[in-house]
Design a protein around this ligand. Sequence first.
Ligand code: C5P
Length: 219
Amino acid sequence: FGPKLLAGISLLLTAGPTREAIDPVRYISNHSSGKMGFSLASAAAEMGAEVTLVAGPVNLATPANVSRIDVESAQEMLDAVLPEVEKNQIFIACAAVADYRIADVAESKIKKSAEQMQLALVRNPDILASVASHPKRPFTVGFAAETNNVEQYAKGKLERKKLDMIAANDVSNSNIGFNSDNNALSVFWHDGVTHLPAVDKQTLAKQLLTLIAEKVRTK
Ligand code: C5P
């Protein structure tokens, strides 16, 4: 990998899950470990980029030379990302943002009584789509974790969210993706595709960033 392919380029990333409060002691979330996003942040810094990493709650050390902003909920993630958009030439949305949040977060701990209870949920903002529709949008890359019809869904997201590139992984294969140290990606852009076979997330991060660097330069 060329030594400093991203020198002079600023890159903004989201990583990890989000946590949506139910009450002061409970939340809904997902199994995202943040490893792919943190690998990308670390590799981008090694490749010379100035990196800002907006991270949901994860158990990972901040990579060297990366400035990190910690958030919990999707709304907090959006609020942290928006002021950074104009300062960055590349945005990569790696976070597994909760699609829904609790409509009314209880102010005190919910006590158990009835045999069944219902929680009303409302849609969260789409951080990636918000960045992609920003007037001064960076080169915008999304991720798609799919269990079936990977290519069809990924290409659909590329168009619908108006992205420059989308990296899709098949999460039905438990050897790769989510909590695993390895991953494989199919990367789509408007007039091309490439498949990055299963490898450790650090190597994969460098391969994806090399591809992004090429596209940013020829944009
Ligand atoms: O539509 P879907 O959630 O599958 O899209 C996944 C991509 O969109 C990922 O890049 C993810 O980080 C991003 N996303 C987001 N905000 C959301 C939902 C998804 O940034 N609320």
